[in-house]
Design a binder for this molecule. Structure first.
Ligand SMILES: NC(=O)c1ccc[n+]([C@@H]2O[C@H](COP(=O)([O-])OP(=O)(O)OC[C@H]3O[C@@H](n4cnc5c(N)ncnc54)[C@H](O)[C@@H]3O)[C@@H](O)[C@H]2O)c1
Length: 298
């Protein structure tokens, strides 16, 4: 297989000043991409912004012979997203792929999740991904093989103390699937990774991880083992659209939403549902839920 090369292509990686995003940015730059290293530089919950993390990663990339520029705007505002995309187009004259990776995290019991907290998580994870995608869209369409890689999380399936974070990631899942439909006819593919990597973020996970798991993640799940999947999904040779991949410690698998076979009963009553609930739940014969692509009109 020919090496997947990015020479001549421009990529935005958000949250690239640290952790998983830094690994994405470094791998893409190593393979020839011109990279916008976007990072607000705050703490895990988003406070205390700093330009240092993005600038440091740009320095690492350029010292290694790669091409990168920093953007220290927030993904969570329209002006920030426009500036991030503007940096790519202004510096490189094009934009071929966006990796929406920026994120904030702090576990909180549900009773302590205020509407303000909930909005902030939606703003960074979901609105942030939407705003950068929206600003990038015309350039991705012009690229002819535009790519968006979003970042979700296993927490969207339900874990302790992550109602705010997990549901914001669930919104990114819906965004990914629906943007994949929007991109289908214009050559833009949109997929997501659900990563697992030993970063400062997982050090806060607490009770959600089984005993010993945190230490294992910090030693055996480096961010560099997430980046190859993001790089494939950002490459023009990527063939998939609307998919989500669990990626951790060298393991990669597809995450799917399924429709079970269920039941059909024209005389459906609450009692039928109660009586046949095991049949409705059974995964036997379940099929992955496909994208509903627009149908050609006759
Ligand atoms: N580490 C894991 O195991 C794991 C698991 C599931 C999902 N994730 C997701 O992966 C992504 C990367 O996480 P990480 O573990 O590398 O964490 P990290 O904290 O090391 O990196 C996240 C980066 O995003 C930046 N950021 C935050 N808000 C921003 C904003 N508004 N605009 C621009 N940049 C912003 C931060 O400054 C930080 O550098 C996140 O979306 C996270 O939710 C991580």
């Amino acid at each position: 297989m020919a090496r997947l090369d990015f020479t001549g292509r421009a990529v935005v990686v958000t949250g690239a000043g640290r952790g998983i995003g830094r690994a994405h940015a470094r791998l893409l730059a190593e393979r020839g991409a011109s990279v916008v290293v976007c990072d607000l530089g705050g703490d895990t919950d988003g406070g205390h912004p700093s330009t240092a993390p993005a600038e440091e990663v740009v320095k690492e990339i350029t010292e290694a012979g790669g091409i990168a520029v920093a953007s220290t705007e927030s993904v969570a505002t329209e002006e920030g997203a426009a500036a991030i995309v503007g940096t790519a187009v202004g510096s490189f004259g094009r934009l071929d792929a966006v990796i929406n990776n920026a994120g904030i995290f702090r576990p909180l019991p549900f009773t302590e999740v205020t509407p303000e907290t909930y909005r902030r998580y939606l703003d960074v994870h979901c609105l942030g991904s939407l705003l950068v995608a929206r600003a990038a869209w015309p350039h991705l369409v012009a690229s002819g093989s535009g790519r968006i890689v979003n970042t979700v999380s296993g927490s969207m399936l339900g874990v302790p103390d992550m109602v705010h974070y997990g549901s914001a990631k669930g919104a990114v899942y819906g965004l990914t699937r629906n943007l994949a439909v929007a991109g289908d006819t214009v050559g833009v593919k949109v997929n997501a990774v659900a990563p697992g990597a030993g970063t400062r973020m997982v050090e806060l996970t607490g009770d959600a991880l089984p005993p010993g798991m945190l230490e294992y993640m910090m030693t055996s799940m480096p961010p560099e083992l997430v980046a190859p999947v993001a790089a494939y999904l950002a490459h023009e040779n990527c063939t998939v659209n609307g998919e989500v991949f669990n990626v951790a410690g060298g393991q990669v698998n597809r995450m799917v939403m399924v429709n079970t076979t269920g039941i059909t009963d024209p005389g459906l009553t609450p009692e039928t549902v109660a009586e046949r609930i095991e049949e409705i739940l059974s995964p036997d014969g379940a099929l992955p839920a496909d994208l509903m692509l627009p149908q050609p009109r006759s």
